[in-house]
Design a protein around this ligand. Structure first.
Ligand SMILES: [Zn+2]
Length: 390
């Protein structure tokens, strides 16, 4: 058992090294010398995760080649268990680093001094950052907690004056903002573009002659754009929508006066809130359905939505819902297994694009009275429960 746990840590360490190397390969702003130094450090960390005889075989050529294929070739195996990383690709079909690589890395992070030198976030695992957020939230009164959750979803980025006005008394207590000017990945000629769904900066990706702009969380739902060819002049470059949810957006100056929630707080705070708001909006007007959001007396990390379906003459059904927007369901399973088992049946809500992973997550959580579902599935289930034709 202990051996298997050690093997998982080695595998996570190798995954950390591969994700960071991919991030370095995909960063157009890095000098050749700096990229080479980064890759050497990543390779050293990867080798240390392997048994000595295998480690000696992995050269820089194999490492860089392996990064562009399914990752299985570079990761040490864990005897007797399977995860999805053998088949994982870190680069997309255009050869660009996949959006969620940094989140994946943070979720499986094995801190290592050689890597912290290059990435200041490389010492903080996702679950620690999530816990820090929830510790701050837990100190708030129920009223302030509700307000903070709504603000995470509605005001995650923008001009500092506008943000401090919206966040009001919570502004000084919530030190989770960074200047957009420090984030080159979301800038297009000195401008940034908020996602029309989550309002957080969208990623700018250049391949060949085209420039694509997309929300990392909502591209799957059709939030993606392309820079209009030839549009150059004063003001922000114009974007044309290329997806079905790409409503018109205007660029904002990527200055020190424009702030955005840190990436972990956006991912583990704002995105689940949006998912919960979406669920609430879709079911609250259904007959026999009552929705309670952020029940005040609860510890905030237990569940945020209590949906009751009380059809006369039938047994009342309860759904206690906790939304999660982790990139890696493996890491999410580990984090959930570390908690005390809930004393009630709990529903873990995933975004629709993780539908294919719900069985895997449910299997890892077996015996815990946890149901794993997605937004669309849960809405259907509640409609069936209250007798509305779907
Ligand atoms: Zn978005």
């Amino acid at each position: 058992m202990k051996e298997r746990a050690d093997a998982r840590v080695w595998r996570d360490q190798a995954l950390t090294a591969c994700c960071m190397a991919a991030a370095a390969e995909g960063d157009p702003l890095l000098s050749t010398a700096r990229r080479a130094a980064l890759l050497m450090d990543c390779l050293a960390v990867l080798r240390a995760a392997h048994a000595p005889e295998r480690a000696a075989q992995i050269g820089m050529g194999e490492f860089r080649h392996g990064l562009r294929g399914p990752l299985g070739a570079l990761l040490p195996p864990v005897p007797g268990t399977a995860d999805r990383f053998d088949a994982l690709h870190l680069f997309d079909k255009h050869g660009l680093v996949r959006d969620a690589v940094q989140d994946l890395c943070r979720e499986h992070l094995v801190p290592h001094v050689a890597l912290e030198r290059h990435w200041p976030w490389a010492r903080v695992r996702a679950e620690q950052e999530e816990r820090r957020l929830y510790e701050i939230l837990r100190r708030l009164s129920p009223e302030e907690y509700r307000r903070a959750r709504a603000l995470l979803a509605e005001h995650p980025a923008g001009p500092v004056r506008q943000l401090s006005r919206a966040w009001d008394q919570l502004w000084m207590r919530f030190d989770f903002f960074e200047a957009v000017s420090d984030w080159p990945w979301c800038q297009l000629d000195g401008w940034w573009y908020p996602c029309p769904i989550c309002h957080w900066p969208m990623r700018v990706a250049q391949h060949a002659a085209t420039t694509d702009v997309r929300c990392e969380a909502h591209a799957a739902r059709g939030v993606h754009y392309r820079r209009t060819p030839g549009s150059a002049g004063a003001g922000p470059p114009e974007l044309v929508g290329t997806g079905k949810k790409a409503t018109p957006v205007r660029g904002l100056p990527a200055s020190t006066e424009h702030l955005a929630l840190t990436r972990p707080v956006w991912r583990y705070g704002a995105l689940p809130t949006l998912l919960e708001v979406d669920l609430r909006d879709q079911v609250q007007d259904l007959p026999h359905v009552t929705v309670e959001m952020y029940p005040g007396e609860l510890r905030p990390d237990e569940y945020d939505l209590h949906i009751t379906v009380a059809v006369p003459g039938r047994r009342t059904q309860h759904f206690r819902v906790d939304a999660k927007a982790w990139e890696s369901v493996d890491a999410l399973a580990d984090a959930l297994l570390e908690r005390q088992p809930p004393p009630y049946p709990l529903t873990i809500l995933l975004p629709d694009h993780q539908d294919h992973e719900r069985h895997y997550l449910a299997a890892r959580l077996r015996g815990r009275r946890i149901t794993v579902t997605t937004l669309t599935r849960l809405v259907k289930r509640i409609k069936t429960a209250c007798g509305v034709p779907r």
